[in-house]
Design a protein around this ligand. Structure first.
Ligand SMILES: Nc1ncnc2c1ncn2[C@@H]1O[C@H](COP(=O)(O)OP(=O)(O)O)[C@@H](O)[C@H]1O
Ligand SMILES: [Mg+2]
Length: 276
Protein backbone atom coordinates (compact mmCIF):
# COMPACT_ATOMS: atom_id res chain seq x y z
CA UNK A 1 0.00 0.00 0.00
CA UNK A 2 2.80 2.42 0.83
CA UNK A 3 4.01 2.25 -2.76
CA UNK A 4 0.95 4.34 -3.52
CA UNK A 5 2.43 7.26 -1.56
CA UNK A 6 5.65 7.36 -3.56
CA UNK A 7 6.04 10.55 -5.58
CA UNK A 8 2.67 11.72 -4.21
CA UNK A 9 4.20 15.19 -3.92
CA UNK A 10 3.93 15.54 -7.70
CA UNK A 11 0.18 14.96 -7.82
CA UNK A 12 -2.91 17.00 -7.00
CA UNK A 13 -4.94 15.86 -3.98
CA UNK A 14 -8.10 15.14 -5.98
CA UNK A 15 -6.13 13.03 -8.46
CA UNK A 16 -4.46 11.03 -5.71
CA UNK A 17 -7.79 10.40 -3.97
CA UNK A 18 -9.67 9.55 -7.17
CA UNK A 19 -6.98 6.99 -7.86
CA UNK A 20 -7.59 5.32 -4.51
CA UNK A 21 -11.32 5.44 -4.19
CA UNK A 22 -14.42 7.48 -4.74
CA UNK A 23 -14.67 11.13 -3.76
CA UNK A 24 -18.22 11.59 -2.41
CA UNK A 25 -17.96 15.05 -0.84
CA UNK A 26 -15.95 18.21 -1.47
CA UNK A 27 -15.63 21.18 0.89
CA UNK A 28 -14.13 24.02 -1.12
CA UNK A 29 -14.61 27.75 -1.58
CA UNK A 30 -18.35 27.19 -2.02
CA UNK A 31 -18.74 26.15 1.62
CA UNK A 32 -15.50 27.25 3.34
CA UNK A 33 -13.84 30.63 3.68
CA UNK A 34 -10.58 29.15 5.01
CA UNK A 35 -9.01 28.55 1.59
CA UNK A 36 -8.72 24.88 2.59
CA UNK A 37 -10.16 22.18 0.37
CA UNK A 38 -11.29 18.94 1.97
CA UNK A 39 -12.72 15.71 0.63
CA UNK A 40 -14.88 12.82 1.73
CA UNK A 41 -13.45 9.74 0.09
CA UNK A 42 -14.52 6.13 0.20
CA UNK A 43 -11.79 3.51 -0.18
CA UNK A 44 -13.27 0.03 -0.30
CA UNK A 45 -15.64 -0.13 2.68
CA UNK A 46 -14.15 2.76 4.62
CA UNK A 47 -14.84 6.46 4.50
CA UNK A 48 -12.21 9.12 5.18
CA UNK A 49 -12.10 12.88 5.56
CA UNK A 50 -9.04 14.33 3.83
CA UNK A 51 -8.08 17.94 4.50
CA UNK A 52 -5.74 20.03 2.35
CA UNK A 53 -4.67 23.67 2.22
CA UNK A 54 -6.12 24.07 -1.27
CA UNK A 55 -4.32 25.45 -4.30
CA UNK A 56 -1.29 27.69 -3.65
CA UNK A 57 -2.84 30.50 -5.69
CA UNK A 58 -6.25 30.36 -4.00
CA UNK A 59 -6.92 33.63 -2.22
CA UNK A 60 -8.06 33.52 1.39
CA UNK A 61 -7.28 35.44 4.56
CA UNK A 62 -4.20 33.26 5.07
CA UNK A 63 -1.75 32.52 2.27
CA UNK A 64 -0.85 28.96 1.29
CA UNK A 65 2.28 28.58 3.48
CA UNK A 66 0.29 29.79 6.51
CA UNK A 67 -2.57 27.39 5.70
CA UNK A 68 -0.06 24.52 5.41
CA UNK A 69 1.48 25.50 8.75
CA UNK A 70 -1.95 25.31 10.39
CA UNK A 71 -2.44 21.83 8.99
CA UNK A 72 0.92 20.81 10.47
CA UNK A 73 -0.34 22.22 13.75
CA UNK A 74 -3.50 20.13 13.38
CA UNK A 75 -1.26 17.07 13.04
CA UNK A 76 0.45 18.01 16.32
CA UNK A 77 -2.94 18.31 18.02
CA UNK A 78 -4.11 14.97 16.64
CA UNK A 79 -0.88 13.15 17.47
CA UNK A 80 -0.79 14.52 21.02
CA UNK A 81 -4.38 13.78 21.96
CA UNK A 82 -6.22 10.54 21.42
CA UNK A 83 -9.75 11.28 22.61
CA UNK A 84 -12.91 9.45 21.50
CA UNK A 85 -14.54 12.76 20.52
CA UNK A 86 -11.83 13.41 17.91
CA UNK A 87 -12.17 11.73 14.49
CA UNK A 88 -9.34 9.23 14.29
CA UNK A 89 -6.30 10.66 12.54
CA UNK A 90 -4.40 8.32 10.24
CA UNK A 91 -1.55 10.06 8.48
CA UNK A 92 -0.18 12.93 6.41
CA UNK A 93 0.52 12.54 2.72
CA UNK A 94 2.43 15.23 0.84
CA UNK A 95 0.84 16.41 -2.39
CA UNK A 96 1.44 19.12 -4.98
CA UNK A 97 -0.85 21.27 -2.81
CA UNK A 98 1.00 20.51 0.43
CA UNK A 99 -0.02 18.17 3.25
CA UNK A 100 -3.13 16.01 3.01
CA UNK A 101 -4.40 15.05 6.45
CA UNK A 102 -6.31 11.77 6.50
CA UNK A 103 -8.93 11.34 9.22
CA UNK A 104 -11.87 9.00 9.62
CA UNK A 105 -15.08 10.37 8.20
CA UNK A 106 -17.66 10.89 10.95
CA UNK A 107 -21.41 10.82 10.42
CA UNK A 108 -23.73 13.51 11.63
CA UNK A 109 -24.70 17.11 11.09
CA UNK A 110 -22.65 20.22 11.58
CA UNK A 111 -24.25 22.18 14.44
CA UNK A 112 -23.38 25.50 12.88
CA UNK A 113 -25.80 26.86 10.33
CA UNK A 114 -25.59 30.23 8.56
CA UNK A 115 -26.95 33.11 10.65
CA UNK A 116 -30.03 33.43 8.45
CA UNK A 117 -31.05 29.83 9.22
CA UNK A 118 -30.33 29.90 12.94
CA UNK A 119 -34.02 30.44 13.75
CA UNK A 120 -35.26 27.82 11.31
CA UNK A 121 -36.80 25.00 13.42
CA UNK A 122 -35.65 22.47 10.80
CA UNK A 123 -31.99 23.52 11.16
CA UNK A 124 -29.53 21.28 13.00
CA UNK A 125 -28.82 24.21 15.30
CA UNK A 126 -32.44 24.57 16.48
CA UNK A 127 -33.09 20.83 16.61
CA UNK A 128 -30.03 20.44 18.79
CA UNK A 129 -31.14 23.19 21.15
CA UNK A 130 -34.58 21.57 21.39
CA UNK A 131 -33.21 18.19 22.55
CA UNK A 132 -34.01 17.04 26.10
CA UNK A 133 -31.69 18.75 28.60
CA UNK A 134 -29.87 15.52 29.61
CA UNK A 135 -28.94 14.91 25.98
CA UNK A 136 -27.48 18.41 25.64
CA UNK A 137 -25.70 17.99 28.97
CA UNK A 138 -24.15 14.74 27.67
CA UNK A 139 -22.79 16.63 24.65
CA UNK A 140 -21.42 19.41 26.85
CA UNK A 141 -19.83 16.73 29.00
CA UNK A 142 -18.01 15.33 25.97
CA UNK A 143 -16.82 18.79 24.90
CA UNK A 144 -15.54 19.54 28.40
CA UNK A 145 -13.92 16.14 28.86
CA UNK A 146 -12.01 16.68 25.60
CA UNK A 147 -10.92 20.15 26.67
CA UNK A 148 -9.66 18.90 30.02
CA UNK A 149 -7.52 16.39 28.12
CA UNK A 150 -6.30 19.12 25.73
CA UNK A 151 -5.62 21.60 28.55
CA UNK A 152 -3.53 18.99 30.37
CA UNK A 153 -1.41 18.86 27.23
CA UNK A 154 -1.14 22.64 27.17
CA UNK A 155 -3.54 23.31 24.29
CA UNK A 156 -5.46 26.60 24.41
CA UNK A 157 -8.74 26.61 22.46
CA UNK A 158 -8.86 28.96 19.46
CA UNK A 159 -11.64 29.24 16.89
CA UNK A 160 -13.79 26.66 18.69
CA UNK A 161 -17.49 27.14 17.92
CA UNK A 162 -20.54 25.17 16.84
CA UNK A 163 -18.91 24.85 13.40
CA UNK A 164 -16.41 22.52 15.11
CA UNK A 165 -19.15 20.12 16.19
CA UNK A 166 -20.67 17.24 14.24
CA UNK A 167 -23.61 15.61 16.04
CA UNK A 168 -25.30 12.41 14.99
CA UNK A 169 -28.93 12.82 16.11
CA UNK A 170 -29.63 9.08 15.68
CA UNK A 171 -26.70 7.70 17.68
CA UNK A 172 -26.30 10.77 19.97
CA UNK A 173 -22.61 10.80 19.17
CA UNK A 174 -20.63 14.03 19.08
CA UNK A 175 -17.36 14.64 17.25
CA UNK A 176 -15.18 17.72 17.51
CA UNK A 177 -13.06 18.74 14.52
CA UNK A 178 -11.10 21.62 13.04
CA UNK A 179 -8.76 22.23 16.01
CA UNK A 180 -6.15 23.57 13.57
CA UNK A 181 -5.76 26.88 15.42
CA UNK A 182 -5.36 25.47 18.94
CA UNK A 183 -2.20 26.88 20.48
CA UNK A 184 0.21 25.05 22.73
CA UNK A 185 0.78 27.30 25.72
CA UNK A 186 -0.34 30.83 26.54
CA UNK A 187 0.36 33.53 23.97
CA UNK A 188 -0.25 37.17 23.14
CA UNK A 189 -3.06 38.27 20.83
CA UNK A 190 -1.25 39.67 17.81
CA UNK A 191 -4.31 39.99 15.56
CA UNK A 192 -6.77 42.23 17.36
CA UNK A 193 -9.96 40.41 16.44
CA UNK A 194 -8.85 36.82 16.34
CA UNK A 195 -10.41 34.00 14.29
CA UNK A 196 -13.66 32.63 15.62
CA UNK A 197 -17.33 33.18 16.17
CA UNK A 198 -18.12 36.08 18.51
CA UNK A 199 -20.77 33.83 20.11
CA UNK A 200 -17.93 31.78 21.63
CA UNK A 201 -15.06 34.27 21.91
CA UNK A 202 -13.66 35.84 25.07
CA UNK A 203 -13.17 39.63 25.34
CA UNK A 204 -9.36 39.24 25.19
CA UNK A 205 -9.71 37.64 21.75
CA UNK A 206 -10.65 41.08 20.44
CA UNK A 207 -7.79 43.03 22.06
CA UNK A 208 -4.37 43.42 20.45
CA UNK A 209 -1.67 42.61 23.00
CA UNK A 210 -4.01 40.78 25.40
CA UNK A 211 -2.93 37.54 27.08
CA UNK A 212 -4.63 34.40 25.74
CA UNK A 213 -4.43 31.48 28.14
CA UNK A 214 -6.37 28.66 29.75
CA UNK A 215 -8.88 31.15 31.13
CA UNK A 216 -9.74 32.06 27.54
CA UNK A 217 -10.65 28.39 27.01
CA UNK A 218 -12.76 28.52 30.19
CA UNK A 219 -14.72 31.44 28.73
CA UNK A 220 -15.36 29.58 25.46
CA UNK A 221 -16.59 26.51 27.39
CA UNK A 222 -18.90 28.73 29.45
CA UNK A 223 -20.29 30.15 26.21
CA UNK A 224 -21.09 26.58 25.10
CA UNK A 225 -23.41 26.26 28.12
CA UNK A 226 -25.14 29.58 27.38
CA UNK A 227 -25.46 28.87 23.64
CA UNK A 228 -26.72 25.31 23.97
CA UNK A 229 -28.83 25.40 27.14
CA UNK A 230 -29.89 29.03 26.80
CA UNK A 231 -30.50 31.49 24.02
CA UNK A 232 -26.88 32.67 23.97
CA UNK A 233 -27.46 35.24 26.71
CA UNK A 234 -27.43 34.56 30.46
CA UNK A 235 -31.15 35.39 30.73
CA UNK A 236 -32.46 32.96 33.35
CA UNK A 237 -35.96 32.90 31.85
CA UNK A 238 -34.47 31.43 28.65
CA UNK A 239 -32.06 29.02 30.38
CA UNK A 240 -33.00 25.32 30.43
CA UNK A 241 -30.44 24.12 32.99
CA UNK A 242 -30.52 24.49 36.77
CA UNK A 243 -29.47 27.60 38.72
CA UNK A 244 -26.06 26.10 39.58
CA UNK A 245 -25.29 25.56 35.90
CA UNK A 246 -26.22 29.15 35.10
CA UNK A 247 -23.99 30.38 37.93
CA UNK A 248 -21.16 28.20 36.59
CA UNK A 249 -21.56 29.61 33.08
CA UNK A 250 -21.68 33.17 34.39
CA UNK A 251 -18.47 32.69 36.33
CA UNK A 252 -16.75 31.03 33.37
CA UNK A 253 -17.81 33.98 31.21
CA UNK A 254 -16.73 36.74 33.60
CA UNK A 255 -15.40 39.70 31.62
CA UNK A 256 -12.10 39.72 33.55
CA UNK A 257 -10.03 36.52 33.31
CA UNK A 258 -9.10 36.85 37.02
CA UNK A 259 -12.76 36.41 37.96
CA UNK A 260 -13.21 33.17 35.99
CA UNK A 261 -12.28 29.61 36.91
CA UNK A 262 -8.51 29.80 36.57
CA UNK A 263 -8.09 26.43 34.89
CA UNK A 264 -10.18 24.15 32.69
CA UNK A 265 -9.81 21.53 35.41
CA UNK A 266 -11.37 23.86 38.04
CA UNK A 267 -14.21 24.60 35.60
CA UNK A 268 -14.66 20.85 35.11
CA UNK A 269 -14.93 20.30 38.88
CA UNK A 270 -17.57 23.03 39.03
CA UNK A 271 -19.43 21.43 36.14
CA UNK A 272 -19.61 18.10 37.97
CA UNK A 273 -20.94 19.73 41.12
CA UNK A 274 -23.50 21.78 39.21
CA UNK A 275 -25.09 19.10 37.09
CA UNK A 276 -24.59 16.04 39.31
N1 LIG B 1 -13.91 13.96 10.13
C1 LIG B 1 -14.91 14.51 9.44
N2 LIG B 1 -15.90 13.74 8.94
C2 LIG B 1 -16.91 14.27 8.21
N3 LIG B 1 -17.02 15.58 7.90
C3 LIG B 1 -16.05 16.42 8.39
C4 LIG B 1 -14.97 15.93 9.18
N4 LIG B 1 -14.18 16.99 9.51
C5 LIG B 1 -14.75 18.07 8.95
N5 LIG B 1 -15.88 17.74 8.28
C6 LIG B 1 -16.74 18.64 7.47
O1 LIG B 1 -15.89 19.38 6.60
C7 LIG B 1 -16.07 20.77 6.77
C8 LIG B 1 -14.73 21.47 6.61
O2 LIG B 1 -13.82 21.02 7.59
P1 LIG B 1 -13.03 22.02 8.51
O3 LIG B 1 -12.02 21.20 9.27
O4 LIG B 1 -13.96 22.86 9.31
O5 LIG B 1 -12.25 22.89 7.42
P2 LIG B 1 -11.94 24.45 7.27
O6 LIG B 1 -10.52 24.62 7.70
O7 LIG B 1 -12.15 24.71 5.82
O8 LIG B 1 -12.89 25.22 8.15
C9 LIG B 1 -16.68 20.91 8.16
O9 LIG B 1 -17.48 22.07 8.23
C10 LIG B 1 -17.50 19.65 8.29
O10 LIG B 1 -18.77 19.83 7.71
MG1 LIG C 1 -13.96 24.94 9.83
Amino acid sequence: MDARFQNSRRFFPADILAEWGEIFAVFDEHSQDSGNVSYGVQIEERRYFVKTAGAPDATAFLDHPARCELLHNAVRVAESCDHPALPRFHRVIESAHGPMLVYDWVDGELLRVPGARRDDPASSHRRFRALPVPEVVAVLDTIFDLHVALARLGWIACDFYDGSLIYDFSTHRLHVMDLDLYHRGPFVNEMGRMFGSSRFMAPEEFVLGAAIDERTTVYTLGRCILNFLGDGTDDETRFRGNADLLALARRACAEKPDERYQTVEAFWDGWWEAHG
